[in-house]
Each structure stands twice: as C-alpha cells, then as structure tokens.
Design a binder for this molecule. Sequence first.
Ligand code: ZN
Length: 337
Amino acid sequence: MSTHAEEQVAGFNVAEVEIEAYDEEDDLESPSYMEQLLAAGLLISTGVDGLYGRSQVFEDVVERVSDLIGAWGEGKEVEVLRFPPAMSRKVLEESGYWANFPDQLGAVFSFCGNERSHQRLLKCLDNDEDWTEDVKPTRIVMTPVACYPVYGVMAARGPLPTGGRLVDIFSYCCRYEPSTAPERMLMFRQREFVRMGTPAEVLAFREDWIEHTKGMMRGLQLPSSIGLANDPFFGRTGKILIDSQREQQLKFELLIPGVNPDRLTACGSFNYHRDKFSSLWKIYTDAGEIAHTGCCGFGLERLTLSLFKHHGFDPTAWPEGVRATLWGGRKMAQRVR
Ligand code: ZN
C-alpha cells in the first residue's frame, strides 16, 4: 500500500490523501467483517453469496451517501435520469460488453416453451434434473454499469447542445462474481454523473470530481487515496486493453482501506471514455464533431461498508463531523431489534 504525498498525473494534481495507519488487528480475529455485518443485522443473508437484504440503518446510510454525491450537481445544469436495473440486451451487445466482460454478465432468461415442454420442465424439477431446455435468453440483461443505458438515449436526441450535457444517474447494477467478500456484491448501487461534450469539457468535469471527492472523504473522515486504475478486461486481448487504458490514464479510482484486510477497495471511479461510447452510439457536439464522454461514479454499498468499518455499526455514535456531513439536521434511522 503506497502513500504518495502528491503525484502529477496527466495534468491532474492528484494529491493523495494520506492513508492513516490502519489497525488490522481486529481483522485477524474471527468472525470476518461479513459475518459481523450479518450478525449485526445490517445485511441479511438470502442463501446466495453476494446477494443480501439491507436493514433500515444500512439503507439510511446508503441514501445519505447518495444524496451527498448528488449534492455536487446542485446549481449545475444537470438532467436527472433513472433506469430500472435491467437494460436492452441489444444495447449491451452494441456496447462491446460481451467482448470485454463476458464473465460478469447477468442475463435474464425465461421459459418459452409450450404446455408439453412445461410438463417436462416440472418433471425435471421434481427429479432434480436439468430443467433449462426451454428456458431461453430474453431481450433484457441486468444492467452492469449505471451509465450504459444513457448514451443511446442521448444520441437519439441529436447533437449535444452548446456546452454539452451533464446527467445524474442512479441504478442497481449486477456483476456476476459470487463471493463472500462484502465489497463484491452481485447487486449493488451506483450513483454517477455522466458528462458529454468536448474533450476539454469532459476532462474538466473529471478533474473537478477528483478534487470534490477529496473534500467528501475529509467530511466522511475516511482514509483514502486516488490512484490510476483499469477495468478487469477479460482474456488475452484484455491485457492489451488494460495496458492501453493505464497508459492513456483513462481511469482513476477512489481507494479506501479497511473493508478487505488484504487490499484497498475501489469505492468510486473517474473515467474518461474519449470517443469510445460516442463513436459507438453516434453522439456529436453542436459543432458536428464526435463528442467525448466521461463518467464519475461511486459504489454506494462500498462507501457504506467503509463507513461502518471505520466508524462502527451504530451511526448515532459516529463522529459528529461525519453525522453532520451525512445527516445535517435530519433524523437518523433507529435500529429495529
Ligand atoms: Zn459510467
């Protein structure tokens, strides 16, 4: 774990917040953090690793964190868009997701047989045999990334207005990577802003978000750093994409220690897509140039898990500054036992 005081990256003055010496002693003891979260009732087991219910107290923190992120948009010309946690399979096919992250995709399947095949399915279920013969992919897939549904919608409106567009997005996302690690949920929420415009507009947006995030982390009293990162591209060609992404400094991540005793947890990302999505979906600036896009988003569960890890399981006992940052004068959710 490196703690650079300051790093000059691609014109960004990424002053990394010093990572406080973290007391890992309690991580050496059992039970694990996940077991503690379940025992405290903050998360509720569904019997599937990575898929959990959330308590009122957990949700209260998620909502407050989401509002804190959303507050960045106040006073700006921002369009709020919300999509369900599933999206058009065709749009996802166009995005190249199958090529890059096939191992993470969650697709929706449904029974599409006749009465006879239905009887066969029921018989297979009774006999504990494979029943999936007449279960086929539908036209929807689970949304893997909150901003994916946005680009096509924006392209359909024609060229961007002068000054581009700024969109506020929130969605449940699905990544199929079953794990007992609390930071690796199958279904989690992202709060995100998407910027479309000229390269200068998109880069300024990202730089602003990186600076803003440092202030947010101070307010939440979370040790953190911002580091160069890459997406987990799949396979041998993926390695080339990873190298290129890092070389062009297209992705930075907000990294927070604690939730996983062995590694930092990426709780947010600051992405410059260049013209990748705008070329795919044909998004142009008002000057008729191909637009550039970028997005800055946060994993709400990961930030919430970090807050519980560093400040304890009872938010009413969190440091006053953290409570003021999140709740202000609002009422906090009380634990139901
Ligand atoms: Zn995004």
